[in-house]
Design a protein around this ligand. Structure first.
Ligand SMILES: NC(=O)c1ccc[n+]([C@@H]2O[C@H](COP(=O)([O-])OP(=O)(O)OC[C@H]3O[C@@H](n4cnc5c(N)ncnc54)[C@H](OP(=O)(O)O)[C@@H]3O)[C@@H](O)[C@H]2O)c1
Length: 272
């Protein structure tokens, strides 16, 4: 039997962390060796699975971690700590933390030259397929107006969502342009007529919405709407665990969910 992958979970006390903990304890591919929280966390020292006999406790200490893969859903500071650990110990890193600035994007890129690293703004396989569909549609309909609408729960801190931005990047790239030149994030007062070729973003925040993204391709007399709705946070957790199992043992490099999808598409179907 293949030995279990030694996994550390960073941001373990958060919403995504808890969804991951619920799955990983049932998943024999992994051995959870550490559940990391921030240096000011009130969870530090508490039992991770108080209802079971397992003695693992939440910890702030990276020093005692011995993981071959780290999954990180924390925040920019947490991701920085995870990067320090992974590059120092040559551990693979799967991170879903969003709201990263340019300096952190550069750090991720540099780290990927030393370790296998997969950063995804959205770990849903449905969103990976949506991104592929949008790429094709944006390239096939280059003159149609493109708007991306996203909705999330009231506590989300960054906007537009990392997924909305990733969709925008994918569409711009498929049209041979750059999102930095095309994006329109704010329309207020009298912004004037829509600039041809621009990609507009609209953001909805409220309630407990897990995550919804729609790409609207608006032509003359017709439109295409490509939508994905997440109704359960566990889809991201499941996707992150799939990514961790897939990434373990890979060569250093920057990988994407799409790479994982591509590999699956190339696998011959299993004949029963
Ligand atoms: N890519 C995806 O599919 C996806 C899906 C959902 C969310 N996300 C992103 O994942 C991140 C976390 O989301 P969430 O909804 O789980 O947020 P959350 O509920 O606020 O959880 C984040 C957790 O990270 C911990 N944390 C904060 N700073 C840390 C540090 N320096 N080191 C270690 N842990 C730290 C916090 O716990 P303590 O205070 O106890 O340390 C907190 O509980 C966000 O960036 C979010 O946008 C991505």
């Amino acid at each position: 039997m293949t030995p279990a992958i030694r996994l550390a979970l960073n941001g373990a006390s958060g919403r995504m962390g808890r969804a991951l903990l619920a799955l990983v304890r049932e998943d024999r591919r992994f051995e959870l060796v550490s559940a990391l929280v921030s240096s000011i966390s009130t969870h530090h020292g508490a039992l991770v699975f108080p209802e079971s006999s397992a003695s693992l406790r939440y910890t702030r200490e990276w020093g005692v971690v011995a993981a071959s893969v780290v999954i990180d859903f924390s925040g920019p500071d947490g991701l920085a700590a995870a990067l320090d650990y992974c590059t120092a110990h040559r551990a693979a890193l799967v991170t879903g933390t969003t709201g990263l600035d340019a300096a952190m994007q550069t750090r991720l890129h540099e780290a990927s030259q030393q370790i296998p690293l997969l950063h995804a703004a959205n770990f849903s396989l449905g969103v990976a397929v949506l991104t592929r569909l949008l790429r094709d549609a944006a390239a096939a309909l280059p003159d149609w107006d493109l708007e991306i609408v996203e909705a999330h729960h009231a506590r989300k801190e960054d906007a537009p969502s990392g997924t909305a931005l990733a969709l925008g990047h994918a569409a711009a790239e498929a049209r041979g342009t750059r999102l930095a030149n095309d994006a329109v994030y704010v329309r207020e007062g009298r912004p004037g007529a829509r600039r041809s070729g621009s990609i507009g973003f609209a953001v909805v925040r409220g309630g407990d919405v897990v995550g919804e993204h729609t790409a609207l391709l608006l032509g003359q007399g017709e439109r295409v709407e490509l939508s994905h709705r997440a109704t359960d946070r566990s889809i991201f957790a499941r996707g992150a665990l799939e990514a961790a199992a897939w990434l373990a043992g890979k060569e250093p490099g920057a990988y994407s969910i799409d790479d994982m999808l591509q590999e699956r598409l190339q696998e011959p179907p299993i004949l029963l």
